[in-house]
Design a protein around this ligand. Structure first.
Ligand code: SF4
Length: 463
């Protein structure tokens, strides 16, 4: 555990700063030539040159153009998305990340707390019912990312180990399920419940995996093997935020460190799972931190080849402790978002897919980012408690008709994909109605009617 930030102290003395010995012109030439970029190259590109103050609009367009061309060379023009359900199991968490509005302090969920809260915990049976219903509607994937409920354990053996500590609440963040209004079951119970009917189960971030082995010396690989045996198909590489300790010390001092995040990802991949990777930017970090993060992801991919997509997540400040305590006064600008997507595409020469998240960016910008290096437009997200709880207004799901209309508007082919991108179906926009066909029970029937999703301000946690 590290020292938390001082509220109102918005300026941090970081040891990693955006200074380089490189020039913008040389970095741009390297990017255009397809050379592997150095950290200094990345910093020059994402800042449009450390020799100028602010973002130079002409240079910015040069970077975006290089990234768009690279995207076309690597993955072509198709814009992909997946038919998915978000089934988050619980909002109980006491980790206290300062960018998060998803958690509800876990003690409020205790049966005798008497405290009001807007959170929820689902039993395994409730999770199964949610997945069954969505399967019938045609989803391919269920994504499940939850708070770190103190009663969550990997399995019964883990419950015994945790309960055996002298002071489990303090030592290993554990209280027995009987303390709570609702028992979430074990992680294995929840995965078994959600893994029904051939659905692809995408769950267990590195932070959740750390929670599922707390108080033990179990390896991440062994934990992920058990999770896989219970039905897990792939793991989201969220909880990454910025993989630099001096930034994590400020925004998420209670979370695992960068090295452990990498360990967990390697364990998941060694257990035979695909993974994704994210970066949450636009809070206290600087441009150099962003590129160091990209380097960590690129190195991991060099070693493993297990990352199927990279997901840049622009920090949305509203309703978060970082904003409310005056630590930050806003998020990234549109130009910064464009440059982060573009430099992610250029720097991560070993990751094929870069995602533009309409939940984080809103529709208009999410589409624009598809011309800045991104090629994937996320998923239908039949339910998205994370975003709606933080006051988001982007709606809770995106229908196939919405997708086809949006992607058509930028003149690109819309493609339904599997989670791992290996199965794709190009959608004929002249042949409505549009619905999912890749899910185990999908038959082309539209998921639901189209729902308008007004302007930008969704916020939320990465888990
Ligand atoms: S980001 Fe995740 S671990 Fe951190 S407080 Fe929110 S729910 Fe808990």
């Amino acid at each position: 555990m590290h020292e938390p930030p001082v509220p109102g102290d918005g300026d941090f003395e970081f040891s990693i700063v955006p200074e380089t010995d490189q020039s913008f012109e040389n970095a741009l030439a390297a990017a255009r030539d397809g050379d592997r970029l150095t950290v200094d190259d990345g910093i020059e590109l994402v800042t449009t040159g450390t020799d100028v103050d602010g973002i130079d609009p002409v240079r910015k367009e040069q970077v975006l153009e290089a990234a768009d061309r690279r995207r076309a060379e690597v993955v072509g023009d198709e814009v992909t998305f997946v038919a998915n359900l978000n089934n988050n199991v619980t909002t109980a968490c006491n980790t206290g990340c300062l960018f998060c509005n998803f958690k509800d302090t876990a003690h409020r969920f205790e049966a005798d707390s008497g405290a009001d809260h807007a959170g929820f915990t689902k039993t395994p049976a409730e999770s199964r019912a949610a997945v069954e219903e969505a399967l019938g509607m045609g989803i391919y994937e269920v994504t499940s990312v939850s708070g770190l409920h103190p009663a969550f354990a990997l399995n019964d053996e883990h419950h015994e180990i945790l309960a055996g500590h002298d002071d489990p609440a303090t030592q290993v963040n554990y209280k027995p399920p009987a303390v709570y209004e609702t028992d979430p079951g074990t992680y294995l119970d929840q995965l078994r419940a959600m893994s029904v009917g051939g659905v692809h189960l995408h769950s267990m971030t590195p932070e959740e995996a750390a929670h599922a082995r707390r108080g033990t010396d179990w390896s991440y690989e062994s934990v992920y093997r058990k999770l896989r045996a219970a039905g897990l198909d792939s793991a989201p590489g969220t909880a990454a935020e910025i993989l630099v300790e001096e930034v994590r010390d400020v925004i998420c001092p209670g979370k695992i460190g960068s090295d452990e995040w990498v360990d967990a990802m390697e364990g998941a991949i060694a257990a035979g799972l695909d993974v994704t990777a994210t970066m949450m930017y636009g809070h206290v970090e600087n441009a150099a931190h962003r590129i160091h993060h990209l380097q960590t992801v690129r190195d991991l991919q060099d070693r493993t080849g297990g990352i199927t997509e990279f997901v840049p997540l622009s920090f949305v400040h509203q309703n978060t402790p970082l904003y409310e305590r005056g630590v930050v006064d806003g998020g990234a600008s549109d130009a910064e978002d464009e440059l982060v997507i573009a430099v992610s595409r250029l720097f991560l020469d070993n990751v094929e897919n870069v995602q533009s998240s309409w939940v984080k960016f809103g529709d208009a910008k999410a589409l624009k980012l598809l011309n800045c290096g991104a090629n994937d437009l996320m998923g239908t997200i039949l339910s998205e408690e994370i975003t709606t709880r933080a006051g988001g207004t982007h709606g809770e799901f995106r229908s196939f008709a919405d997708y086809v209309g949006m992607i058509d508007a930028i003149g690109r082919p819309a493609v339904e994909r599997s989670t791992d991108y290996r199965t794709r179906r190009r959608i004929d926009h002249d042949d409505p109605p549009h619905g999912p066909e890749l899910g185990p029970r999908a038959d082309g029937t539209p998921l639901l009617g189209s729902r308008a999703a007004p302007g930008r301000d969704a916020a939320g946690a990465d888990d």
